[in-house]
Write a protein that binds this ligand. Structure first.
Ligand code: HEM
Length: 303
């Protein structure tokens, strides 16, 4: 019997037959466009796999494994952000040469990206019905809608360690998006003060939130340079409205926009807490933490 080969194990022939360009010619850059989206989807798959494991480890009370898993997710996220550099080697003209072949298809329809948001706590029941009943997107999102988010699992983990997590936060309907909770805010401050090990886990969750915002920010800037103010293929008004470039924080210029109710998508948070719960002053210096956790525009390098 023939022994297993590299190609068999990875289903390589199948995998490499999936980059089906549609433009006449075909246009050279359409291959890059397809490959990069497929690579993103594969990484999304791995991230979801890791986030499921992270929840399991938190449930089992294993902080070292949870931390190692979070570090892996953060490393993948860095790659996700870094890959945008490759896409930016494609000029607007290159993109326009095949753009009409996308018709109305858009990354906006990536169900794995929505699963990622759901897993982190950014849930919205209506999103499930954007995908036809019976499709993988519909089924996966419907399941994740009813599962605890990573954030809720983290709160449960803290409660199991004897921390005073407000019952309302623990018993909240899991199908709803994570909301600010003053009791949780106070708990986090005391945790940062007295529980260094738990603080490490929380810091990595903040990194994860910040990493996803970083991806959104880089994606918007890439979209802006590729299609300018043109409408998106998914029907949005493109960067002019979908993600007002003016309200995107510019690290280079150090501009910070006050949080508003119409926050651009790129600064949308998946976990965390509203700035209105930040104490006015704290003699022990925890203001900085609260503001950092509350305000997406206050950036720092994430690991
Ligand atoms: C030339 C490259 C790209 C352009 C011009 C572009 C453009 C856009 C635009 C205009 C939107 C808003 C919805 C719409 O009207 O279509 C959008 C959303 C989105 N795109 Fe891209 N995109 C590009 C590459 C990518 C890649 C490589 C990914 C990776 C999967 C991606 C993932 C997404 C996601 C997840 C959304 C929804 C974001 C949200 O709702 O916050 N895009 N894109």
């Amino acid at each position: 019997m023939r022994s297993q080969t590299y190609g068999d194990y990875l289903a390589l022939d199948e995998l490499l037959s999936l980059q089906r360009t549609r433009s006449d010619g075909p246009e050279h850059d359409e291959m890059l466009f397809i490959v990069i989206h497929q690579v993103y989807e594969l990484w999304f798959k791995q991230v979801l796999h890791e986030l499921d494991y992270l929840r399991e480890q938190l449930d089992a009370g294993s902080a070292p494994r949870a931390l190692a898993t979070l570090n892996r997710v953060l490393t993948i996220l860095k790659t996700l952000v870094g890959q945008i550099d490759i896409l930016e080697t494609m000029t607007p003209l290159d993109f326009l040469s095949f753009r009409d072949r996308l018709e109305s298809a858009s990354g906006f329809e990536s169900y794995q990206f929505r699963e990622f948001e759901f897993a982190l706590g950014l849930k919205k029941a209506a999103v499930v019905d954007r995908f036809p009943a019976g499709s993988a997107g519909h089924e996966n999102l419907a399941r994740r809608l009813h599962e605890p988010s990573v954030w809720l699992q983290f709160l449960r983990y803290l409660a199991a360690r004897g921390l005073d997590v407000p019952a309302a936060a623990l018993e909240r309907d899991v199908t709803l998006a994570t909301e600010a909770d003053e009791g949780v805010q106070k708990l986090l401050i005391s945790m940062y003060r007295d529980h260094m090990a738990l603080m490490q886990l929380c810091e990595r969750l903040v990194d994860l939130d910040e990493g996803l915002q970083e991806w959104r920010y880089r994606h918007v800037k890439m979209v802006e340079r590729t299609i300018g103010r043109k409408p998106g293929t998914g029907g949005s008004a493109g960067t002019s409205r979908w993600c007002s470039a003016r309200s995107v924080p510019s690290r280079a210029r150090g501009v910070r926009k006050a949080p508003s109710t119409s926050r651009p998508r790129c600064s949308r948070q998946s976990f965390l807490i509203s700035g209105r719960f930040a104490p006015r002053s704290d003699p022990r210096g925890f203001d900085d933490f609260v503001v950092r956790v509350s305000c997406p525009d206050r950036r720092r390098p994430w690991r």
